[in-house]
Design a protein around this ligand. Structure first.
Ligand code: ZN
Length: 79
């Protein structure tokens, strides 16, 4: 399961959590991904892309699409 936005390609960030003594602990900050249907195809989009799609239609373009072919997941780059 990929944790990347299909429109902008944003993924998880590695961040440093710091205690009071400034000791750093590495942690992961994931993108808020939600599944939406775009042109009859199920894609995962981050919430900022969904917001942009609602306000400015036609600005956000789906770059990567996960297409299910015969039960197998294959990645396809759509133009
Ligand atoms: Zn996005």
């Amino acid at each position: 399961m990929s944790k990347f936005c299909d429109a902008c390609g944003r993924g998880a960030l590695t961040i440093n959590l710091r205690s009071k003594s400034e000791q750093a602990v590495k942690s992961q900050q994931n993108v808020n991904l939600q599944s939406r249907k775009v042109d009859g195809c199920k894609v995962k989009l981050c919430t900022s892309c969904i917001k942009t799609m609602a306000n400015k239609p036609g600005v956000v373009k789906i770059v990567k699409r996960t297409v299910r072919l015969a039960g197998r997941k294959t990645k396809q780059t759509a133009r």
